[in-house]
Design a protein around this ligand. Structure first.
Ligand SMILES: C[S@@+](CC[C@H](N)C(=O)[O-])C[C@H]1O[C@@H](n2cnc3c(N)ncnc32)[C@H](O)[C@@H]1O
Length: 216
């Protein structure tokens, strides 16, 4: 799939990049949550706050491992991802779960009990972040929970190669305080912010990582 009419121009590069690397990305990071007790603790807290009755969207669900973990925690969760390759892979690996191709900037749903954006906002250009967070706010019901995970920093890491494939992917690091300010401006109450320091020897956790929780 190339450029979709009307979408921001960065999306086609992100989509093509993840389509190209879906299989090796999933193989590399499949067991990552097993090695990440703090991530599991944060996801468990989110699941407890949301509860089993509400609908939850994993926005930028990739291979679907986090989606499946949230389901195992008792949530009614489905995944949405920009990359059809990732969605096909997630459906194959988790046939009991629903995954759809879509843009986290345009969830086109209301009344959600929770949204997780786990390392997916890192691909959204900064100028678009306020609009994306406003969209999350609209998609949640009053009291609904938002959980964000992202690498901490000020820079953009551009990759034109990943897993042996040519890609055009930008990984944007973010500052938790800056994101918290944007969340407040979008109407959220920020309820928690945590930063995990880099984990030695971990490819997935080589940078500090932030977890932010907010409530509509
Ligand atoms: C670093 S991966 C993280 C995947 C998954 N959340 C995880 O933690 O395993 C980023 C994912 O976000 C998706 N993504 C990036 N921009 C997106 C957008 N605007 N809308 C939906 N998904 C997006 C990518 O296709 C990719 O699957």
């Amino acid at each position: 799939m190339g450029r979709v009419v009307g979408e921001p121009p960065d999306r086609s590069a992100t989509r093509a990049g993840y389509d190209a690397i879906a299989e090796p990305y999933a193989a590399t990071f499949r067991d990552e949550l097993d090695r990440a007790p703090l991530d599991r603790a944060v996801l468990a807290a989110f699941a407890e706050l949301v509860g089993p009755d509400a609908e939850v969207v994993d926005a930028g669900s990739g291979p679907g491992g986090v989606t499946a973990h949230l389901r195992d925690l008792g949530l009614r969760v489905r995944g949405v991802d920009l990359s059809p390759g990732m969605v096909a892979l997630a459906r194959r690996e988790h046939p009991d779960l629903a995954f759809d191709v879509g843009d986290l900037a345009d969830l086109d749903v209301t009344g959600l009990g929770g949204i997780v954006a786990w390392y997916s906002l890192i691909h959204v250009p900064p100028a678009q972040l306020p609009g994306v967070l406003a969209g999350f706010h609209r998609a949640l019901r009053p009291g609904g929970q938002l959980l964000l995970g992202f690498q901490v920093g000020d820079d953009v890491s551009h990759h034109d190669e990943a897993f042996g494939h040519r890609v055009d992917l930008d990984f944007r690091r973010l500052r938790p305080d800056a994101v918290a300010t944007l969340l407040a401006e979008a109407g959220f109450a920020v309820t928690a912010r945590a930063v995990r320091e880099p984990v030695a020897g971990s490819r997935a956790a080589a940078l500090p990582q932030a977890f932010l929780m907010a409530q509509r």
